[in-house]
Design a protein around this ligand. Structure first.
Ligand SMILES: [Zn+2]
Length: 105
């Protein structure tokens, strides 16, 4: 997967405090599940995609990196390929900040 400039990511996620970027090794998700680390993730709450290793640390919780989203990156994290599986017209590499609903309307 392409390396995305942290400035670009920070802007896409809305900045703010607790933002952690490019750090898959510290994500609970990857410690808990045997999942590929070279992936795009997708948030069940805001339906936006983010590259692996991005999250927002809020106290002891790892949350969706997008500012204002109440999804977490453990149970609300879906692999992008799964979302794409039901929506074949979605791009292989999702755009930052774009809402991709589970079913295309
Ligand atoms: Zn989210």
């Amino acid at each position: 997967m392409p390396v995305i400039d942290e400035v670009v990511l920070r802007e896409a996620f809305g900045g703010g405090t607790g933002l952690v970027l490019n750090s898959p090794n510290t994500m609970e998700y990857y410690k808990t599940f045997d999942a590929t680390r070279k992936a795009w993730n997708w948030c069940l709450h805001c339906e936006r995609a983010y590259p692996q290793g991005s999250y927002r640390q809020v106290r002891n919780l790892q949350m969706c990196p997008y500012q204002g989203c109440d999804g977490d990156v453990v149970t609300d994290l879906w692999a992008w390929w799964k979302v794409r599986g039901g929506n074949p017209t979605y791009p292989q590499v999702p755009a930052l900040g774009v809402q991709y609903s589970l079913r295309e309307s």
